[in-house]
Design a protein around this ligand. Structure first.
Ligand code: SF4
Length: 437
């Protein structure tokens, strides 16, 4: 292994897990480039150093992280790379165990260790680069991580134990970062956090997401602002007025509800019950007309009876969420629910998840059919097999639906926001023509 790394060394960063992890990788890539390294993100080409930014949230994610480490450990054994470094949530959560079990890895780091990683590579951390990143998403959209950590205590969740308490970034630093992103061509800004609606509580003494949005909408170049990971309990209703006030804020909100049965919501420590949840969804729909609500649910939580599951299924049928994600309960050590018996069999969990997704297919198709004939603004993401692929303001990248566009003008480009006419639809996607008229 080369001891001293030099300018023409290449560092390949592999990001697993969520968009919050991706932002961490982008920050580190910027620091590495400033230190003179060549960088790759998710590269397959030769690299001297590989840094794996892991996810350690639930079993499936942990397995994927370990598999990726083993894959690159083999590459190191075969002399294809010099150094293998591991960072992120899995490493933060299981450092001691991993050090014993994975000797090929040169060093393990936590979630906030960019400084230490740079030191390991004989490079310095540059404070002056705060707010700067290497954008690894298509440059017309980017994630903005507005806070780190979480003050909640949801029973099934390991994140507070991994990422610590909620730390909001200042509005000034977020505006500076947004200006940096806009200057790089970003048009769609996707706000993320563990708990978006908690923003500012510890920093400004009050929920300040609306105040933040009031500043972000002023940044030239940013045309769409999208909100992810809102939390139902203590939801700041002023946010809905802010959404109505600013056309730049997409008519879309992601708000994981996890369940509807009050006994289960109580055991999950969600701080809201069935009535509170129903009232909130009704209020959001009433106050922001035409809003698309994305939510996510957990099935197979300890003790979930067939009756309690059917309550969830009926709630989802009635509520007709535009977009949903369903997860099977993952029994995680060092979480409050670890003391409960994980007594819903895996086959039942899988069956319940499938039942919800089948139900959602009907809801999604019905919704898509209602959009046929409509003229909608879409952001153009990419071209595939002669068709342009875009998204409406009701669709977030990678998790939601797409619009397949026939470009009769032969003028479309990635990153444009244009009006298209929806001509047909299927379960998940819309088919459209451009120009709309
Ligand atoms: S809000 Fe709950 S589920 Fe989300 S990160 Fe915090 S503890 Fe986990």
């Amino acid at each position: 292994m080369k001891t001293r790394l030099s300018k023409n060394q290449t560092v390949n960063v592999i990001t697993l897990g969520c968009a919050k992890n991706l932002v961490d990788s982008e920050v580190m890539l910027r620091q590495l480039q400033a230190a003179g390294f060549k960088t790759l993100h998710e590269g397959t080409k030769h690299a001297d150093v590989v840094i794996i930014n892991t996810c350690g949230f639930i079993n499936d994610a942990k397995e994927e992280s370990v598999d990726t480490i083993l894959q690159w450990s083999l590459a190191k054994k075969q002399g294809e790379i010099d150094q293998l470094l591991v960072m992120g949530c899995l490493s933060e959560r299981y450092k001691a165990e991993l050090e014993k079990e994975l000797p090929e890895v040169d060093a393990f780091f936590g979630v906030n260790d960019v400084n230490a990683i740079l030191k390991k590579l004989n490079a310095e951390y540059r404070e002056a680069l705060l707010g700067e990143r290497v954008i690894t998403t298509p440059t017309h959209f980017a994630y903005l991580k507005i806070s780190e950590g979480c003050d909640r205590n949801c029973s099934f969740c390991a994140i507070p134990g991994i990422r610590g308490k909620n730390v909001s970034r200042s509005i000034e630093s977020l505006v500076k970062e947004t200006e940096f992103l806009a200057a790089k061509g970003v048009k769609e800004l996707i706000l993320i956090a563990q708990d978006l609606t908690y923003y500012g509580l510890e920093l400004y003494g009050k929920r300040s997401l609306s105040e933040l949005i009031e500043e972000l909408v002023k940044v030239d170049g940013i045309e769409w602002i999208r909100l992810h990971y809102a939390y139902p309990a203590g939801f700041p209703l002023d946010l809905l007025d802010t959404m109505n006030k600013h056309p730049k804020v997409c008519n879309y909100i992601d708000i994981p509800l996890q369940h509807i049965n009050s006994r289960i919501l109580k055991s999950m420590r969600r701080g809201i019950d069935e009535n509170g949840t129903r009232e909130l969804i009704q209020t959001i729909r009433k106050m922001v007309s035409g809003i698309a609500i994305r939510s996510s649910f957990i099935v197979g939580y300890p003790g979930e009876t067939a009756q309690e599951f059917s309550e969830l299924r009926d709630f989802i049928r009635e509520s007709e969420f535009e977009r949903i994600g369903v997860f099977t309960y993952s029994h995680e050590e060092n979480t409050p629910s670890a003391v409960l018996e994980d007594n819903v069999r895996p086959a039942i969990k899988a069956k319940r998840a499938e039942e919800i997704m089948l139900l959602q297919q009907d809801i999604s198709y019905k919704r898509n059919q209602s959009l046929e004939g409509r003229i909608l603004p879409v952001i153009i993401d990419k071209q595939e097999e002669g068709k342009w692929i875009g998204r409406t303001q009701y669709d977030s990248p990678e998790v939601d639906n797409e619009v397949l566009i026939t470009d009769n003008s032969k003028s479309l480009e990635a990153g444009q926001i244009v009006k298209v006419k929806v001509v047909s639809s299927d379960i998940y996607d819309l088919m459209a023509i451009y120009p709309a008229e």
